[in-house]
Design a protein around this ligand. Structure first.
Ligand code: NAD
Ligand code: IPM
Ligand code: MN
Length: 356
């Protein structure tokens, strides 16, 4: 039985995970044979401020060895301006567990949810963000800190191994899911060292996938083009930092941050699921947070464990919620976070009943 760690975290993270938990619990009731053990973890800003501890080594070890996957809400709190706890817990899991694929699918469920005039029906962009290297590794340092002579260096680390495995994952996904094109997004005109490595590896790996169209775009032009011609993008592969930025943009174009799920995966080893959004301090505690991104993470999680029918059932209930306007205010509805969780769970039962 898969054992899932639930890490609600901070701000709206706690609210969206609580709504997603209702859906996870309902999955077992709707679908015979699926038993998930859910273990809640108290990690986040409150704990850090209370005890001065982000996560201990022993906890980290248990989190990774005693669970098959984790579902995280969000980490980030204005009371922790240095973001130490998010670095230790979230980036800690990505780096220490070597979760090198950050898979961020952005699928438009209804053209009216997009701010684009020309949003194509069925717009669907899957971002493969490198998740263990780039500008996130923390190499570098500060010299003459806090003086007018301060020098701050943030190294951008790219290895053959790291680039190869994320590019290969993107091509393999395109092939197995019948996606027409893989686009490499980089800044090879200015960042020439990393650019040469990414372009060489992209060409080398791409040669093994002759049926998949392949092209490369500079990230500035791609950001513009994504707004101008969203229909020409399918699978996108890019570095850690560019992937972070492009995924918020793609999420907004396909219905907003509240709808976008993501998975941090080391295939065959461990997976951490989390919505693309953060802890949204501006709406925390108001009940306005959209839980559908986190609920879509539940679907990715189920698919990850091979429970495809159950994942489909979650997706269908999410679609119904959007189509029937049973949503939070960001999508035009008037339900609260908890109401949407309950609505989706009930719709899953209703759909299961109708099918049997
Ligand atoms: P954010 O994603 O939290 O919020 C950006 C905007 O989107 C806000 O206006 C917010 O209200 C809105 N929004 C986000 N999620 C929403 C939802 N589910 N429903 C409706 N509206 C939603 O980004 P931010 O404000 O830059 O970051 C806040 C904190 O979260 C920071 O500390 C940041 O570091 C952290 N963060 C954490 C994660 C994570 O844990 N995975 C991801 C991103 C940001
Ligand atoms: C995300 C977040 C994180 C990132 C932050 C919280 C470190 O923005 O998951 O997209 O930059 O990866
Ligand atoms: Mn981000």
């Amino acid at each position: 039985m898969p054992r899932i760690a639930l890490i609600p975290g901070d701000g709206i993270g706690t609210e969206v995970v609580s709504a997603a938990r209702r859906v996870l619990e309902r999955v077992g009731e709707c679908e015979g044979g699926i038993d998930l053990e859910l273990v809640e973890w108290d990690l986040g800003a409150d704990r850090y401020l209370r005890e001065g501890i982000t996560i201990t080594d022993e906890e980290f070890h248990r989190l990774s060895t005693e669970h098959d996957a984790a579902l995280l809400g969000a980490l980030g709190d204005p009371r922790v301006p240095g973001n130490e706890h998010a670095r230790d817990i979230l980036l800690g899991m990505r780096f220490r567990l070597d979760l090198y694929v950050n898979f961020r699918p952005c699928a438009l469920l209804d053209p009216r949810l997009s701010p684009l005039r020309n949003a194509p029906a069925g717009m669907n962009i899957e971002i493969f963000r490198e998740n263990t290297e780039g500008s996130y590794v923390g190499m570098g340092g500060r010299f003459k800190a806090d003086t007018v002579d301060e020098v701050a260096v943030e190294e951008d680390v790219n290895t053959y191994k790291g680039v190869e495995r994320i590019v290969r994952s993107a091509f393999e996904y395109a092939t197995s899911h019948g996606r027409p094109r893989v686009t490499l997004v980089d800044k090879a005109n200015a960042m020439r060292n990393s650019g040469r490595l990414w372009r060489r590896v992209f060409a080398e790996v791409g040669a093994g996938f002759p049926d998949v169209e392949q092209d490369a775009m500079y990230v500035d032009a791609m950001a513009m083009d994504l707004v101008r011609r969203p229909e020409r993008y399918s699978v996108v592969v890019t570095s850690n930092l560019f992937g972070d930025i492009v995924s918020d943009l793609a999420a907004e174009l396909t219905g907003g941050l509240g709808l976008a799920p993501s998975a941090n995966i080391h295939p065959g080893r461990y997976a951490l699921f989390e919505p693309v959004h953060g802890s949204a301090p501006d709406i925390a505690g108001t009940g306005q947070a959209n839980p559908l991104g986190t609920i879509r993470c539940v679907s990715l999680l189920l698919e990850h464990f091979g429970f495809d029918a159950a994942a489909g059932r979650v997706d269908r209930a999410v679609r119904d919620s959007v189509n029937e306007g049973q949503t939070t205010p960001d999508l035009g509805g008037s339900l609260s976070t908890a109401d949407v969780g309950a609505w989706v769970a009930d719709r899953m039962s209703a759909n299961a009943g109708a099918a049997s």
